[in-house]
Design a protein around this ligand. Structure first.
Ligand SMILES: C[S@@+](CC[C@H](N)C(=O)[O-])C[C@H]1O[C@@H](n2cnc3c(N)ncnc32)[C@H](O)[C@@H]1O
Length: 182
């Protein structure tokens, strides 16, 4: 979980959405690191997990638990009068989503990110990279000693001022890492 949270810059207030937090292992680490004026929106389909997350964050006004589909992100941002996200983290099993649903969620994710924002996923396969063509750049790390081994990939939505840095996704960076904890 330190590996995932370390992909984010917490030096200023952030808007962060998390898809599929489950039991909340990453959510707790993010909440621990983020500044007082930050927002963390947790989208969890499973009722029992959502209830437990509500209990865990009952005293934290920065955190909102949405018992629902990650695809409701644009609606929830509007409802909470939040303009854009700085980071969107996903632990949902993208690889088993139907292609139309996968592409639609990727488009919503890209649209919801502020320029310069990042979409961060941790998955046992790196298949999403071939579909995430909306993003200008991607960097993957493979954590071989994690159980199970997994990829952490950061998809970047380029800031307009950084357009000279734009690289096609085929040129994405890949690193193999032996760290035990993702
Ligand atoms: C593999 S678990 C990851 C749990 C947690 N992030 C972790 O690393 O321990 C995937 C979670 O995503 C949730 N999920 C799956 N599809 C979802 C969706 N479309 N929207 C929101 N949550 C979803 C599941 O209910 C489950 O809790």
């Amino acid at each position: 979980m330190e590996r995932v949270a370390s992909k984010m810059d917490f030096s200023q207030p952030r808007v962060i959405a998390e898809y599929g937090p489950g039991e909340g292992v990453h959510s707790r680490e993010i909440a621990r690191r983020m500044c007082p004026d930050s927002h963390l929106l947790l989208f969890e389909l499973d009722r029992a997990f959502a209830r437990d997350l509500e209990r865990q964050f009952a005293d934290d006004r920065r955190v909102r638990v949405i018992h629902g589909d990650a695809a409701s992100l644009p609606h929830e941002l509007q409802r909470h009068r939040i303009d854009r996200c700085d980071y969107i983290l996903s632990g949902i099993p993208f690889s088993i989503l139907k292609i139309e649903k996968k592409r639609a969620l990727l488009q919503k994710t890209y649209d919801a990110l502020a320029p310069g924002g990042n979409f961060i996923i941790y998955q046992v396969t790196n298949e999403l990279k071939q579909h995430a063509t909306h993003f200008e750049h991607a960097e993957s790390e493979y954590f071989l000693q994690n159980i199970p081994p997994m990829f952490i990939t950061v998809f970047q939505k380029t800031h307009p001022l950084d357009h000279h840095k734009r690289e096609p996704l085929q040129g994405a960076t890949f690193t193999l890492s032996g760290h035990r904890s993702a």
